[in-house]
Design a protein around this ligand. Sequence first.
Ligand code: SF4
Ligand code: SF4
Length: 373
Amino acid sequence: MTIGETVTIDRTGLDRLVDVLGEHGYRVIGPQVRDGAIILDELDSGAALPDGWGVRTEPGRYRLYRRDDEAVFSHSAGPGSWKEFLQPPHRKLAQLDADLNSEAVQEIPVPTAFLGVRGCDLAAIAVLGRVLGGVDTAFAARSKELFIIAVNCTEPGGVCFCASMGTGPGVSSGYDLALTERLDDTGHRFLVDAGTDAGTRIIAELVTEPASDAEISAARTDVAAAAGRMGRSMPDVDVREVIRRSRESPHWEDVASRCFACANCTMVCPTCFCTTTEDVTDLTGAHAERWERWASCFELDFSYLHGGSVRQSGESRYRQWLSHKLGTWYDQFGSSGCVGCGRCIAWCPAGIDLTVELARLAELAEAGDDDHR
Ligand code: SF4
Ligand code: SF4
């Protein structure tokens, strides 16, 4: 197989892919069912993949259901994202003993394969790379050891809007292998495209069949059709301009009246990257450790400067989150901070939906302009 060629593997071939990656020294991370959700974790074998599970999502709601087929990748994003493995939620940075001997923790990155990365999440990994790649050496080292098996999405969820963010449902680059799952009367199979030489070397160890032109064309049609079945879309407005004009909008107060400032949205978001450090000691005082953990702009401490927090109200914290994600992120990192995965909508206990909030901000900004005409 060469880069740009398409072959097919069957369901057994997918199991074999997991095994071959393991034989090449990769820790394989992929989707699996746990605690009523599809989460991402280490796969011992392809048998742990979520065959036959689907997901129904809406604002503030996420439910698994049994499908009437054995599709492996027909579920939209769960609560976890690949950032858990690229920037772990909690990690020790250094330790210090009572004699002031200190030691930085040296992490040796494990070669890791991500199996089942959708277009939105591929874009999120690229966003994290732009944000952290040049400044966080541990992140850069983990990213260097990555092997990515992307999946073209043919089954978007109720809160997905990647098509309107230009990040999905298809994948076009940034992967070693890309799969498109097909299930019909002729069987269960996966079209495989290689994006890198590393990808072609792995596929060479599997039993494959050439993909016919008709099969490739049908798969493309399925992915294109998925773009029209997204549960929602980002409003078709100049989002940065709406954010810029909404600084004093009364709508922030309206959102704050519903928002619990629980930080769920930032925890599940695949691009939110903020961390803080904490120092802890044991009870004897003989040993101290410095830990890094994920932080959130919804925490009061997050904007603590000397004397107090500069964002005391829920209103100012939600505004900060949305304004950064959809506005100033472009100025800092050259793209939107949102990839349209919908996680923050499904996992918000108040069902707050950033696409709806943005639409309302746009309406109010427009109405404000009319008042001044
Ligand atoms: S928007 Fe929703 S998820 Fe985010 S902090 Fe508010 S209540 Fe929590
Ligand atoms: S802001 Fe919400 S929809 Fe956008 S990338 Fe983050 S979790 Fe996904």
